[in-house]
Every structure is written in C-alpha cells, then in structure tokens.
Design a protein around this ligand. Structure first.
Ligand SMILES: Nc1ncnc2c1ncn2[C@@H]1O[C@H](COP(=O)(O)OP(=O)(O)O)[C@@H](O)[C@H]1O
Ligand SMILES: [Mg+2]
Length: 269
C-alpha cells in the first residue's frame, strides 16, 4: 500500500520534539525529546506512571500535544492526513481485544485499513491482490498461517498476540508501536514476540516497544528511560541500564552484569 503520491518524504525517523502531553488534566509528558529510527528496535522503559503509554499514543497522533510536536519523516504529524498516518504507523495497544468469534485470517485482513475501528475506514478502496498478498505475508511471518481458519476464541494467549502482531504488520507500516506486548505472556512466548519483532526490524521496520521487563528491554538497540514524564536517560542499553539511572527511576538498587553479549539487571534488595 503506497503512501499518497503527494507525500514529499517517504522515509526517516519518528521524533518527539520538546513534547508536552496531558493525560486527562495531568501533565504526563513534560518536554520529551526522542528520536526513533526505522530498522531499529527501541524500547521505552520507566516505572508505572512515568508517561510511557501517553508518549506512545502521542507518537501515534492519538492525543494532541500541549506543546512541541511529533514528526514523522521530518514532517509534523499534524500535517499528515489520517489515512496516511495510519498506513505509516501501527499500534498494538496494551490489552488488545481481538474479536473472539472472528477467524484469524479475517482479523489479520482488518490490518489493511478496510475497517479498523481505531483509525476509521478508508472509504471506497477496493480489496486488491496486493491486500491479499500482504495478509498472506503477515500470516507467514508470524507463523499464524497454519491456524488462519480458526477463530480467535480458540487460540492461546501467545497465539492471539501473534495474530495481533500479524494484523499490525498486514498494513505494511513503517513504524510499529507496542505497549507492553509481552505482559501477559510467559517467558517462552515473550521471547518469541521479541524474535518476530527482530525479524521485522531486520526488514526495515521501526519498532518502539514499551517494555516492563528490563532484561527483555536490554535486547533492544536503544532505550528511552522515562521518569515523571521526562527523559532520564537515552541511548544504548549499557548507557541507560546503569545502577545510578535505575536507582533514580525506580528507587531500587540493582547490579547490572554482563553475560556474554547480554546485560542482566539484578535487584540488590
Ligand atoms: N485520564 C487521565 N487522567 C488523569 N491522569 C492520568 C490519566 N491517564 C493517565 N494519567 C496519569 O498520567 C501519568 C502517566 O500515565 P501513563 O502514560 O499511563 O504511564 P505509564 O504507561 O508509564 O504507566 C500517570 O501518573 C497517570 O496516573
Ligand atoms: Mg502504560
């Protein structure tokens, strides 16, 4: 699915520039500067209430900034039309409700933008062979094709999360933003989600995932640590996951140890 022909720039980062966003009347994001690259896995971390979900929604254009702006490919998000924006950016919300009585393939097909309730309809666009191919590809890349005829209600939690991922990927977004995608999954399924996301990143997708588990987050390319609506640290995992930063953000003393090419965060308490 191509962007509109009048779209001047087709690639580049997703950025927050001096972003201030309210959640209700609460100033949840207070002057955030951040840059997320295509082909990179970024994780947003921070304690409960730090503003992670609010930031993600602002990056998607789902809430309006009080000040500052979000830019996609160097162009203010506010200047993008809604269909353009929803093609470029996909969202996996925190507790994604998939319709239980719907077959997997039909759920994934919704990701083509022909009826996604969150972003509205793309009126009058007929279903094409390209749509069919994109659905096939998303099913194949998430290993959901073998149960494409089953109903969502017949799937395990891990399988459902893969279907939600397939639906998001079917729209061929440039950036995928996920809010705690591994939350209700056991370790094996959580690692599986990370593996699927890694493959997509290798193919050029920009992934921005809110992650609670710091040991999972340490597998990302870059981390953004939020605290009380501000960026406490940003950069490579070894730069962000330091005992000083984690004490400041979470109020917990930790040791950070390197194990082969991984970082492990171990609470001292
Ligand atoms: N609708 C709302 N009204 C008032 N405060 C809110 C609302 N939604 C969120 N908040 C507050 O905004 C802050 C950031 O929330 P959120 O972005 O959900 O944080 P996180 O995802 O990091 O846990 C929290 O302190 C939360 O209590
Ligand atoms: Mg949240």
């Amino acid at each position: 699915m191509d962007l509109q022909p009048d779209t001047p720039v087709r690639s580049g980062p997703l950025e927050a520039a001096n972003l201030h966003v309210h959640a209700g009347s609460f100033p949840a994001i207070r002057g955030v500067q951040a840059r997320f690259e295509a082909g990179s896995f970024s994780a947003v971390i921070g304690p409960n209430g730090a503003g992670k979900s609010t930031l993600l929604r602002a990056l998607l254009g789902l809430n309006r900034p009080e000040a500052g702006e979000v830019r996609l490919f160097g162009r203010p998000l506010a200047h993008w039309s809604r269909p353009e924006r929803s093609r470029a950016l996909a969202y996996l919300a925190q507790s994604e409700e998939l319709p239980g009585d719907t077959r997997v393939r039909d759920v994934v097909a919704l990701g083509r933008g022909a009826g996604d309730w969150r972003f509205g309809l793309l009126p009058g666009r007929p279903w094409t062979a390209a749509d069919e191919a994109a659905v096939d590809s998303a099913l194949a890349r998430t290993d959901t094709r073998r149960f494409e005829a089953r109903r969502v209600s017949e799937l395990s939690g891990g399988e459902r999360q893969r279907v939600a991922l397939a639906r998001a990927l079917a729209g061929e977004p440039r950036f995928l933003l996920l809010d705690e995608p591994t939350n209700h999954l056991d370790l094996a399924y959580a690692l599986e989600v990370m593996r699927y996301l890694r493959c997509e990143v290798a193919g050029g997708l920009g992934v921005v995932a809110v992650l609670h588990d710091l040991n999972l987050a340490s597998r990302a390319d870059t981390l953004l640590l939020l605290h009380q609506g501000k960026v406490l640290a940003a950069g490579a995992p070894h730069e962000v996951l330091t005992p000083q930063n984690l004490l400041a953000a979470y109020g917990v003393r930790v040791r950070v140890v390197r194990d082969a090419d991984r970082l492990l965060v171990i609470p001292e308490d």
